[in-house]
Design a protein around this ligand. Structure first.
Ligand code: NI
Length: 494
């Protein structure tokens, strides 16, 4: 029997995302991932002072504004001819600001967005919001361990507050920090700020080591079948991120399904729009020539996300991509961390290509970033500069590529007559949750859903667990439709 499951909105993610799955004989045959909100920041930025991009693009998002602050600052550095002049102090402080947001976001994702798919909070605290409404059944962690996980849900709120406070030491405030600007950063390092940062960082690292990673392992042991679910496209892409004086913490690269590495070149990125609500004339362009021309009348379109592709191929971005990219490039610390977590399951690196693998990669990454931040913090030189002077050129072009908590992010701009002529942003979720491209290839989340067995179409745990493991930055719900596309039911997912 063919049925359609529509999850719209998928909650406990960021923003507006709808998932529709055609299920035949209990297995997903077709999937559609739809971004249902038009933002239009590219259009808002046209004709404005180029420096406005650094302020306004942070407003794309309240959870991951820091990555947009970083990408826009790198883009402006490039357009202003400053890339080689950024002081070491500025590189380190930018990395500490972004790293604080990574730690906050990864803890948020596991405990407050994803864990309630696995942890039975209702049996501990009762039938109260935000733990209901929810899907019924398949909560396998029980007793004391379940009670501890619920307690950690509350502890994680306090840890996230400390991450935000830590970010504000150098960033001024969170969200939408005022520290990361073209030319460097606005705060000088002082002994006082370094000390205030360090005690918070050490408490957060302690939480990652002794609570977050053990909890991910505990959940994974109860749900080991989820190492087999949600494999995805298996082609991974990282732009590279955390550009500190000692090099990139996250190495750039494209990793093929047989774990072969290819160097990343930004010119190979294009965006298709055949299945997006944008004019067909704008399809297939590199973002440096990209356009944002809404067209709401297209019949085949089902998303406001475009379909970014690398050499025409679908790629997955995020912690999985970064950890595998670092792993195949021989990064010793990444290898040791990944092997030690996967060793708990006698599994190889290919186990990361799964629902649980994505959670494990994110937890490992939190440790990698938190530990590296100690080195960055102690490398700051209080007597040295943290910014260089900048001037807006009459004309120019810039690109800013970095990594956000949920994957690589890129900003592209053109300046004409000292104003923004063109601005394009590609978010990691545009890659992961993209609709079909011009060749009909489904996006990364769509591919991860296709082939999944859904045991109970009224409680499609499998599908929401797959989608949430990607940590998409959008918002969502589930509707059930029969083969004639009649809606059978609408489900709220908490
Ligand atoms: Ni976001």
């Amino acid at each position: 029997m063919v049925t359609k499951v529509k999850i719209d909105p998928i909650t406990r993610i960021e923003g507006h995302l709808a998932i529709e799955a055609v299920i035949d004989d209990g297995v997903v045959k077709e999937a559609k991932s739809a971004g249902t909100l038009f933002r239009g920041f590219e259009i808002i930025l046209q004709g404005r002072d180029p420096r406005d991009a650094n302020r306004l693009t942070q407003r794309i998002c309240g959870v991951c504004p820091t990555a947009h602050a970083t990408a826009s600052a790198l883009c402006l550095d490039d357009a202003f001819g400053l890339t080689d002049k950024i002081p070491d102090n500025a590189k380190l402080i930018r990395a500490l600001i972004l790293g604080s947001n990574f730690l906050q976001s990864h803890v948020l994702h596991f405990y407050h967005l994803a864990a309630l798919d696995y942890v039975d909070a209702v049996s501990v605290v009762g039938d109260v919001a935000p733990f209901v409404p929810r899907y019924q059944g398949d909560y396998r962690v029980t007793g004391q361990q379940n009670a501890e996980l619920v307690n950690h849900y509350l502890m994680a709120l306090d840890i996230r507050r400390k991450c935000q406070e830590m970010l504000a030491i150098f960033g001024g405030k969170m969200p939408h920090n005022v520290g990361t600007v073209p030319g460097g950063v606005t705060e000088k390092p002082t002994e006082d700020k370094i000390t205030n940062f360090l005690w918070r960082l050490n408490e957060i690292r302690d939480f990652v080591d002794n609570v977050y990673i053990p909890d991910v392992i505990a959940v994974a042991k109860a749900y080991s079948d989820y190492f087999e679910i949600g494999k995805g496209c298996q082609r991974l892409l990282a732009y590279g991120g955390f550009d500190v004086p000692t090099g990139l913490l996250f190495k750039a690269g494209v990793v093929s399904p047989d774990l072969q590495l290819e160097p990343f070149t930004k010119e190979n990125i294009t965006e298709d729009v055949k299945h997006s609500w944008y004019a067909d004339s704008s399809s297939g362009k590199n973002p440096a020539q990209g356009q944002t021309k809404p067209d709401l009348k297209k019949k085949e379109a089902y998303s406001f996300l475009k379909s970014p592709r690398y050499k025409g191929q679908v790629c997955e971005l995020g912690p999985l991509a970064r950890m595998v990219s670092n792993y195949v490039q021989g990064d010793a610390i990444t290898k040791q961390l990944v092997d030690s977590v996967l060793g708990e399951f006698n599994a190889g690196v290919d186990a990361l290509y799964s629902v649980l693998g994505r959670h494990a990669a994110r937890a490992v990454e939190a440790k990698l970033v938190g530990d590296a931040m100690v080195d960055w913090l102690t490398s700051l030189k209080p007597d040295e500069p943290a910014i260089v002077e900048s001037h807006i050129p009459d004309a120019g072009e810039g690109t800013g590529l970095t990594e956000a908590p949920r994957g690589a992010v890129g900003h592209w701009m053109t300046i004409k007559d000292k104003k923004i002529e063109r601005y394009q942003v590609i978010t990691p979720t545009a890659w992961n949750a993209s609709p079909k491209d011009d060749k009909g290839q489904p996006g990364a989340v769509e591919q991860a859903i296709i082939g999944t067995k859904v045991k109970d179409k009224d409680n499609p745990f499998e599908l929401v667990r797959i989608v949430r493991a990607f940590d998409p930055c959008l918002a969502c719900s589930v509707h059930l439709l029969d083969a004639k596309a009649n809606v059978l039911g609408v489900f709220r997912v908490v």
